[in-house]
Design a protein around this ligand. Structure first.
Ligand SMILES: Cc1cc2nc3c(=O)[nH]c(=O)nc-3n(C[C@H](O)[C@H](O)[C@H](O)COP(=O)(O)O)c2cc1C
Ligand SMILES: Nc1ncnc2c1ncn2[C@@H]1O[C@H](COP(=O)(O)OP(=O)(O)O)[C@@H](O)[C@H]1O
Ligand SMILES: [Mg+2]
Length: 379
């Protein structure tokens, strides 16, 4: 009982303090001091004045841009953009301002001394009680150092991957020659060890290739080489390249790809998607079950699907699957190897073709991963 009284007393006292603060003449001063001392650049503009000029800029904005206050007040913020104003983000910004909605993007800006900086800008409208926009507040953050660090990390990834790829390819080729007998007879024990080494070399190469693809995607450099694709050939090749994996897992591979017409696409990339889906299906299947690969035409779409009788996936996890480095079981003890890159890369490839990727699955009832591509007929 006593405690409750103390609690509500404290609450009342808090409310009282807040009310007196809201009414107090110091309130404005405190707010101004806080905005002035913020580490982010802050500007306030007035859209009622011609060209929506800056009416307030804090010290951090002056530090970040290098401009003196007298060169800032009364001007539109675009003076930070320099002469080359060709940035797609600016169109989004104009739209956001027109519609009175918040905006966040990183813009290329220039300091007073002409040096470039990347400005992570966040703009919000400030409304009066009737909902009319009376001001805009912009918060600026110089992210140049972060961008530069990200670029270096990305280059490092590419460099390491390329440097790994060349020797790994040569290791795989040599092991392949021992494995297929081209290098002379080997004892069964040597053959067994060489096969293990070969499988692991292939896995490493696959990871390196995935990382290189991911880097290409991130820098917008993944391009399609479009030619005529024969769906049946694609499925047959993908299935035969995975039959050793299926045999080892004692999983039966079934195909149904008869009579489908040729269409335009990138055969190498589509088979990459197919191989990832089939190899996932095999990985998650129990022995003596079947994985079925099917191609069918559905109006103007061609639909590839891979069905397994594995553990299935919870609907709540569907979205996560196509995000890079996501594996549903990321524990150290998870039973299946992989990087979690395959589906993210597959999604990009399918979308570059103008298609869609997805799955039907239920926990405990197997999964069907599918992708639809628009059937672009050859001329
Ligand atoms: C509150 C506010 C802050 C802004 N801050 C910046 C900024 O820091 N850097 C920048 O390049 N543009 C900034 N802008 C955008 C420009 O002022 C302008 O809206 C933009 O260039 C698009 O309009 P324009 O085509 O008339 O130039 C800001 C806009 C507002 C409303
Ligand atoms: N057929 C499937 N059955 C069950 N889970 C699957 C299946 N395919 C994919 N997954 C889940 O999706 C995750 C991501 O797959 P993917 O992006 O290809 O990466 P990786 O195969 O390298 O793990 C897998 O780790 C697994 O958790
Ligand atoms: Mg995979």
């Amino acid at each position: 009982m006593k405690r409750q009284t103390t609690g509500s007393n404290a609450k009342d006292a808090g409310k009282e303090f807040l009310n007196s603060f809201l009414d107090s003449p110091e309130r404005l001063q405190i707010l101004e001091q806080a905005v002035d001392s913020a580490r982010n650049g802050i500007v306030i503009t007035d859209p009622a004045l011609p060209d929506n000029p800056i009416v307030y800029a804090n010290q951090a904005f002056l530090d970040l841009s290098g401009y003196p206050i007298e060169e800032v007040l009364g001007k539109n913020c675009r003076f930070l953009q320099g002469p080359n104003r060709d940035q797609p983000e600016l169109d989004e910004l104009r739209t956001a301002l027109k519609e009175g909605i918040p905006f966040i993007a990183t813009l290329r800006n220039y300091r007073y001394n002409g040096s470039l900086f990347w400005n992570e800008l966040s703009i919000s409208p400030v409304r009066d009680k009737s909902g009319k926009v009376i001001n805009y507040i912009g918060v600026q953050n110089d992210v140049t150092a972060r961008r530069e660090a990200e670029r270096r990390v990305s280059e490092f990834y590419s460099m390491v991957s390329h440097e790994l790829r060349t020797p790994m390819s040569s290791i795989r080729a040599s092991l392949g020659l021992i494995d297929d007998g081209s290098a002379g007879d080997a004892s069964p024990q040597v053959t067994r060890l060489v096969r293990i080494a070969l499988q692991n070399a292939e896995r490493l190469l696959k990871l390196v290739d995935d990382i290189l693809d991911l880097k290409k995607i991130e820098s917008g450099k993944l391009r399609l080489n479009t030619t005529l694709v024969d769906p049946k050939q694609l499925v047959t090749d993908a299935v035969s390249s995975l039959s050793p994996q299926a045999e080892q897992a004692r999983v039966k591979l079934e195909t149904d790809a008869e009579g489908q017409r040729q269409f335009l696409g990138d055969p190498h990339r589509i088979s990459q998607v197919l191989i990832n889906l089939i190899s996932n299906a095999i990985k998650f299947s129990s022995p003596e079950t079947t994985v079925s690969v099917k191609v069918e035409q559905d109006g103007r779409l061609i639909r590839f699907s891979v069905k397994d009788q594995g553990p299935g996936i919870d609907v709540a996890d569907f979205e996560k699957l196509f995000v890079k480095f996501q594996q549903l079981d990321s524990s150290d003890t998870r039973s299946q190897m992989g990087s979690g890159l395959g589906l993210a890369i597959s999604k990009t490839i399918v979308e570059l073709h103008g298609g869609k990727i997805g799955l039907n699955s239920e926990k405990g009832a197997g999964s069907t991963f599918w992708f639809n591509l628009p059937m672009v007929p050859p001329d």
